[in-house]
Design a protein around this ligand. Structure first.
Ligand code: NOJ
Ligand code: CA
Length: 512
């Protein structure tokens, strides 16, 4: 695992909405470069940028039309190269977003594969062998090509599935991952990886990483495929970092990923924390963290510390944290996010509590996700400093609430969420026990009960975290001794006799 992941704290940038520099209403690479100091100042030392390649943008760029060329609206390949260099000079690593499962229908591979005559792209996508047969359990496009067949869809209707083969073959047109077509698809993807890593990129977040091989219920075929990628990376790019959108660390880490996200879908129970009817982090105190912890423990044990389990504050697909939690509740949520093992990921704007913008019409395939993708709010100038374009030209409408949070206002307010997040990152960076690979042992995580307490440790350093989002005092019995208070938000927890007394709405970090 690359050494730099030991204390990595990531910042996710949705490039459309971060910073516009040429007044076209859409964010760009020069905008990201301009804001690198802000990111560094917050304490983050790595960024992940959502897909920024040539695309018709039917799914915000997750429909790639050319993997090797950036979308002109963000700049040129040279601008991106400059971004890598500017980031590196500030100690920031940069992950791009790799979309290996599908392309746009406009990709030249797909245009070639639609032809009736056989060519080198005929097997690049999953096609049935006659237009009347649809692939099982998947959507398809048919009647659009001279080729007689139906092509499988991976996500939206303009995202045909690339062919990495079938784990269990049940139809004559299904190929094995070892067949020539699927092998060529994988090699083409390795070329894309090589292209950007050679240019200075530090790794990839991988879209839908767990579903490349089809008919593969237990993920064995897909794991085997990623192990091949791992062999390639170990040989050519051992320092490159890979994080999967998979949500099942027991599988992805076996495939050779360094990190896997817990997500709003899949078995992780991540939603129990911040996004359900009674989130654990709500002060109403009706949440239940026990199922999350049980699953987390299982994953942690199964992954045998081969890699990191990453818990994001949010992302471009989920509701903003602020849709369910108040700024004070978010402070405690960050107290948790920034003291867990694995590399934390902060979704742009979550550090100031940017809100989900209600009532927007869908932009570029965002649908309900559009409200979490609105422009970053920097200051009190026009369009909150995001762009000098007329408001109606902005990529997505700004949050126009008069009390919307901005970076500028939160920098001045001492008790802001921004300052709490910054403080927490600094404490994490100063204590190996709190970083990616420090161990975790859960001390208190009972069903329907508060608080959550866990012990982080590395070498001889031991730090007890006690977090009580509920608006009532709680306590729990524990043999763990009293220690030195490193940090608290709300009143600090205290040991009285054999019990820890935990004030309402508080998080404490105690060095034992
Ligand atoms: C997951 C991405 O995060 C999401 O935004 C996208 O729509 C789908 N994958 C399809 O690529
Ligand atoms: Ca722009």
């Amino acid at each position: 695992m690359p050494k730099w992941l030991d204390n990595a704290v990531f910042y996710e940038i949705y490039p459309q909405s971060f910073q516009d520099t040429n007044a076209d209403g859409i964010g760009d690479f020069q905008g990201i470069i301009r804001r690198l100091d802000y990111i560094r100042e917050l304490g983050c030392n790595a960024i992940w940028i959502n897909p920024c390649f040539l695309s018709p943008f039917g799914d915000a760029g997750y429909d790639v039309a050319d993997y090797d060329t950036v979308a002109p609206r963000y700049g040129t390949n040279e601008d991106l190269k400059q971004l890598f260099a500017e980031a590196h000079s500030r100690g920031i690593h940069v992950l791009l977003d790799l979309v290996p499962g599908h392309t746009s229908v406009e990709h030249k591979w797909f245009l070639e594969s639609m032809k009736a005559e056989k060519n080198q792209y005929t097997d690049r996508y999953i096609w049935t062998d006659n237009v009347w047969e649809a692939p099982e359990n998947m959507g398809c496009l048919r009647g659009i090509s001279p080729r007689d067949g139906a092509v499988a869809l991976n996500f939206f209707s303009m995202q045909p599935a690339l062919n990495y083969g079938y784990y269990k073959i049940t139809r004559p047109w299904q190929q094995s991952p070892e067949d020539e077509g699927p092998r060529a698809t994988l090699n083409a993807m390795l070329d894309v990886i090589r292209f950007w890593l050679s240019m200075g990129c530090d790794g990839f977040r991988v879209d839908m990483a767990g579903s490349l091989v089809k008919n593969d219920e237990e993920g064995k075929g897909t794991i085997a495929l990623w192990q091949k990628v791992r062999t390639f990376l170990d040989r050519e790019f051992p320092e490159a970092a890979f994080v999967s959108e998979w949500g099942e660390p027991d599988k992805s880490l076996q495939g050779g990923f360094h990190m896997d996200f817990l997500l709003h879908f899949g078995p992780s129970r991540y939603n129990d924390l911040f996004r359900c009817e009674h989130p654990f982090f709500s002060s109403e105190g009706r949440g239940d963290v026990s199922a999350f912890v049980k699953k987390y423990r299982e994953n942690y044990d199964k992954s045998e510390k081969k890699g990191l389990i990453c818990i994001p504050s949010g992302n471009h697909d989920m509701d903003r944290l602020a849709r369910l939690l108040s700024p004070d509740e978010m402070k405690l949520a960050f107290g948790f996010l920034l003291s867990m093992p694995g590399a934390p990921f902060i979704y742009y704007g979550d550090e100031i509590g940017m809100r989900y913008v209600e009532g927007l019409s869908s932009v570029e395939g965002g649908y309900n996700r559009t409200g979490s993708r609105s422009p970053m709010q920097w200051d009190n100038t026009a369009n909150a400093g995001f762009s000098s374009a007329p408001a109606e030209k902005l990529y997505i409408k700004m949050d126009d609430a008069p009390d919307r949070p901005t970076v500028e206002a939160q920098l001045t307010a001492e008790n802001s969420l921004y300052h709490e997040v910054k403080k927490l990152i600094a404490i994490r960076q100063a204590h190996p026990a709190l970083q990616s690979r420090g161990e975790i042992e859960f001390v208190h995580a009972e069903e329907n009960a508060y608080p959550l307490a866990y012990l982080r440790s590395a070498d001889s350093e031991r730090i007890l975290i006690i977090v009580n989002p509920a608006s009532r005092a709680e306590s729990f019995e524990s043999v763990l001794p009293e220690g030195e208070l490193l940090y608290s938000c709300g009143a600090p927890a205290k040991k009285e006799g054999s019990a820890w007394m935990v004030p309402p709405c508080s998080v404490s970090f105690i060095k034992l």
